[in-house]
Design a protein around this ligand. Structure first.
Ligand SMILES: NC(=O)c1ccc[n+]([C@@H]2O[C@H](COP(=O)([O-])OP(=O)(O)OC[C@H]3O[C@@H](n4cnc5c(N)ncnc54)[C@H](OP(=O)(O)O)[C@@H]3O)[C@@H](O)[C@H]2O)c1
Length: 247
């Protein structure tokens, strides 16, 4: 098998695949031979990513799904199974960062939405994927975490709490699913220039940190591919970071 075919025959779902880190991962998985379901709320964005993959000779389709809604996640998997026949790899990557104010000044609705997307969304995506992964005899779940889930940063309570929850969810799922051959790991990208992080020169921006490697989405791909392709059983319940300072 060539390096390019390392995921041939595998089916992947990538949430938050419409842009940024998720789009880069979706394109890389497809380039390695996987069939990729690209999911997000903005259908036009995931359709553009799936079209790019198709133009490059890969297999992908676009599906609209809000990960905060369990029913939409279930429908995402049902449609993926209908189109591609199974599920082997899940990248739980959809995320939002909505409020950068101190807790006292923050918006409770933004806190709740952040938790619903980043943490409940990860929970829905993982929980509903388990029977499909098990039906294939095992699989991989990779959750995009954050350094802010491991150490505190002033003004980012909602985001940090949601990502801290993701990290614990990874560890618990890894223990619960080890016997099923389903590896669950966290990918901590560190600062990446995307729509979420905005202009890197912004004063106080989390991407404007002199000790960290400011990445483009493609820079996250090698670590994502390691987690998607390492031989079984491989690591599980681990946090893999591209940051200098995560913990
Ligand atoms: N960029 C960084 O520096 C950085 C650092 C550490 C961790 N991360 C994490 O990396 C992941 C990707 O971030 P990014 O920087 O690539 O951000 P991005 O460019 O804003 O992309 C976020 C993606 O998530 C989707 N999304 C948001 N809410 C969703 C929902 N409720 N249901 C389904 N999809 C949803 C977005 O599409 P729609 O809005 O159309 O749904 C989009 O496709 C996030 O989990 C983020 O927390 C990013």
């Amino acid at each position: 098998m060539t390096k390019q075919e390392s995921l041939k025959g595998k089916v992947a779902v990538v949430t938050g695949a419409g842009r940024g880190i998720g789009a880069a991962i979706a394109e890389a998985l497809a380039a390695a031979g996987a069939t990729v379901a690209c999911a997000a709320r903005s259908l036009a964005e995931v359709e553009a990513v799936a079209a790019r993959i198709g133009t490059a000779g890969g297999l992908a389709f676009a599906l609209r799904a809000d990960v905060a809604e369990a029913g939409q996640v279930a429908a995402l998997y049902a449609e993926t199974l209908r189109r591609a026949g199974g599920l082997d790899l899940l990248f739980v990557n959809a995320g939002v960062s909505l409020d950068q104010r101190p807790v006292e000044a923050s918006d409770p609705d933004a806190f709740e939405t952040t938790m619903r997307v980043n943490l409940f969304g990860a929970y829905h995506c993982a929980r509903l994927a388990i029977p499909h992964l098990r039906a294939r005899g095992g699989g991989r779940i990779v959750m995009t975490g954050s350094g802010m889930g491991h150490s505190s940063l002033h003004g980012h309570a909602a985001y940090s709490c949601s990502k801290a929850g993701v990290w614990m969810l990874v560890r618990i799922l890894a223990d619960e699913l080890r016997a099923d051959g389903i590896a669950v790991n966290e990918l901590v990208p560190g600062p990446v220039q995307t729509a979420m992080t905005g202009v890197p020169q912004r004063t106080g921006s989390v991407v404007n940190n002199p000790v960290e490697w400011l990445k483009q989405p493609e820079d996250v791909v090698p670590l994502a591919m390691f987690l998607a392709t390492h031989p079984a059983p491989g690591p599980t319940g681990q946090s893999f970071s591209l940051m200098r300072r995560t913990f």
